[in-house]
Design a protein around this ligand. Sequence first.
Ligand SMILES: NC(=O)c1ccc[n+]([C@@H]2O[C@H](COP(=O)([O-])OP(=O)(O)OC[C@H]3O[C@@H](n4cnc5c(N)ncnc54)[C@H](O)[C@@H]3O)[C@@H](O)[C@H]2O)c1
Ligand SMILES: [Zn+2]
Length: 390
Amino acid sequence: MDRHDFDIPVTFRHRVIFTRSAFSHGNKALADVLAEGGGRRALVFLENAVADSWKGLADDIQAYFGKLDLDFRGVRIFAGGEACKADENLVREVWREIDLSHIDRHSYVIAIGGGAFLDAVGFAASTAHRGVRLVRFPTTTLSQDDSGVGVKSAINAFGKKNWIGSFCVPFAVINDFRFLETQDRETSRAGLIEAIKVALVKDGDFFAWIEKNAAALAKGERDPFEECVKRSALLHTRHIALGGDAFETGSSRPLDFGHWAAHKLEALTNYQLSHAEAVSVGLALDTIYSRNIGLLAETDAARVLAVLSALGLKTYHPALDWMDRKGQRRVLAGLDEFREHLGGELTVLLLADIGKGTDVHEFDMEQLEKSIAELHSEWDRGDHFRKSGA
Ligand SMILES: NC(=O)c1ccc[n+]([C@@H]2O[C@H](COP(=O)([O-])OP(=O)(O)OC[C@H]3O[C@@H](n4cnc5c(N)ncnc54)[C@H](O)[C@@H]3O)[C@@H](O)[C@H]2O)c1
Ligand SMILES: [Zn+2]
């Protein structure tokens, strides 16, 4: 036996920038960050829904790059949304374009789109040449306040969310608030759920701020909305950078409150339920469950539900009650999938207090059933939770 162990220290710089109208004349946010890396070429992938809702954007991008000292290879427009994560088609297209444009490991792929588009393009970028530099421009609330600043990318497979993917720290993330203005109101508001989530598990003061500003956030008032997105993005980033487990090698998922049910609900509904909507149902369920097992105070659970209600977010979907042929509740498979994904031991983050998550390793099925029943009946009554078009 002759064994040699080496630790390989690797550090990454995670650059997160907030701006408005990044491609307008005189905005140097992108130019500066690209110059910092010194790469030779750049190629842009733009989600078609974004291009459609912002006429002239592709031309603005072209004009912006025309002024930079870079070999610009153009703008490629592809469809996004959850459908682009359903198979490898977009990933293959992106690989092909990267190859045709001779993007090397020091060149930039710039991805502009919602969380789904960024996940698929990001996965392609992180695997082409074992990883080319990726600059993300998230264009939805959810992708700006959460997924865009993350260090993961993925597509779906085998009926499961994010089964194929990679960990990859983007070269930079540019949260351009101008993009938030072209989303539809539903997508815009629903994406605040990840801000509520991170506030609940990490920062009680931020949750209190959300409570105070709930009416303004529901109306989409620009200043509080952008502040909320920014605070959430920075809480997520700080946790990833400083939390000690950026690539999730441990068995806990300290930011994934409400997500075991959410991922399963998305798959069960064939992604008719968006990630944001599914997370708000999952978060409501795990809040009630936390209360029912005596972990969370009744008054605190009521505060969470009141914020969901004020923002018009979903707290129930019929898929919670779908049964399989054996009479088993189908959403419960989400717990097994969570366990499997994490490598064996079940670890689910619940709520101990406003601003404080805590891991549990088993579930009380009776209390879980009771929690689902309560969500269902409250939703039907429409008392505590406002309906938002389930
Ligand atoms: N990688 C991660 O760490 C991570 C974390 C959380 C969520 N996610 C993933 O993110 C995805 C959800 O992202 P999302 O909420 O942004 O949804 P999405 O990407 O599906 O976008 C929602 C809808 O808005 C459209 N759209 C996007 N930007 C727009 C704009 N500016 N104007 C008009 N329309 C626009 C899209 O075409 C789509 O129809 C899920 O697949 C989820 O799994 C990834
Ligand atoms: Zn999420």
